[in-house]
Design a protein around this ligand. Structure first.
Ligand code: SF4
Ligand code: SF4
Length: 297
């Protein structure tokens, strides 16, 4: 019988509402069970050793799992980071476990485990770019993994799966692809380290209300037919496949529910996109076909 290859995985959580965990646990096909327990391809699966929301264990024994995986499996384990990383006041706004009777800042876990991991997945916009907790005035110094790694000189391969929360398929699909064909090649990620498979197109390009936009028919209040641009839709500058994939197992998504896209997968979210109902003004909104011409050219 051939040997089963396990990828030990640590999923640590900092400044998070746990919405990313809840979203990913709702994955349908493949499900989290398919990824965690079954073999995605014969002989390959992950071994989730730490996930505070769903694991039964607590206290020192589970903290030892983090330490032992970092030491014993260096270069062989996958680290998933959920939630932003507070960096002000020595990172003391968010601590996980204790060492020598002192709380350990979440930032230190991210840096130390991140340095030893085979690769890191930043799950959710908070972990990728700081997200809502990093909005002005940001008293806790909330940052994403990218910035923390840059400051600490960590160069472990990083994959960003943003979204507030991220779609479960974006995470499960990325993990499945790692199991099937290894880490993504640089050209498979965009400038913000997002897999192009999921974040390769603008919401605006595939939006069912796009014909209204091109005809200049804009809704003046919610509930009306028409493009939601004047009501604050950030779809023209947001990269994600929500119009094609939809949410809740393909049931619905923001714009079909009558609300504009809020740009939740973007590094500018939320502060630099304007308020939810404010029209974006200082960007070039692409005309139909221009986006694809730019990509092909
Ligand atoms: S502005 Fe928003 S609602 Fe209008 S077409 Fe673009 S993505 Fe769709
Ligand atoms: S449509 Fe926009 S706001 Fe809604 S989930 Fe997708 S990227 Fe986020």
């Amino acid at each position: 019988m051939s040997e089963v290859r396990e990828i030990p995985t640590l999923w640590i959580q900092g400044g998070t509402c746990s919405g990313c965990s809840v979203s990913v646990l709702n994955a349908v096909a493949p499900s989290v069970k398919n990824i965690l327990i079954d073999e995605v391809v014969p002989g390959n699966h992950i071994n989730l050793r730490f996930q505070a929301t769903i694991m039964a264990g607590a206290g020192d024994p589970v903290i030892r799992v983090l330490e032992e995986t970092g030491e014993g499996k260096a270069g062989k384990f996958l680290l998933v980071v959920e939630g932003e990383i507070p960096t002000a006041e020595g990172g003391g706004y968010c601590c996980v476990g204790e060492k020598d009777e002192h709380p350990v800042p979440f930032r230190d876990w991210v840096v130390e485990l991140g340095r030893k991991a085979m690769a890191v997945i930043a799950l959710g916009t908070c972990a990728c770019f700081g997200g809502i907790p990093s909005g002005r005035p940001n008293p806790t110094g909330a940052k994403g993994v990218m910035d923390v790694f840059k400051e600490a000189g960590v160069d472990t391969p990083l994959i960003n799966i943003p979204g507030c929360p991220p779609h479960p398929d974006w995470f499960v699909g990325t993990v499945a692809k790692i199991l099937i064909s290894g880490l993504p090649k640089p050209e498979e990620l965009d400038d913000w380290l997002r897999p192009k498979d999921f974040y390769g197109t603008l919401i605006h390009e595939n939006c069912p209300r796009r014909a209204y936009f091109d005809e200049g028919k804009f809704a003046k209040k919610f509930g009306e037919p028409g493009c939601l641009y004047e009501l604050g839709c950030k779809g023209p500058i947001t990269y994600a496949d929500c119009p094609l994939r939809k949410w809740n197992n393909g049931t619905n998504w923001c714009i079909d529910a009558g609300m504009g896209c809020q740009g939740c997968t973007q590094p500018e979210f939320p502060d630099f996109l304007g308020s939810f109902y404010e029209k974006i003004t200082d960007v070039d909104v692409p005309k139909i076909g221009e986006y694809w011409k730019k990509r092909e050219g």
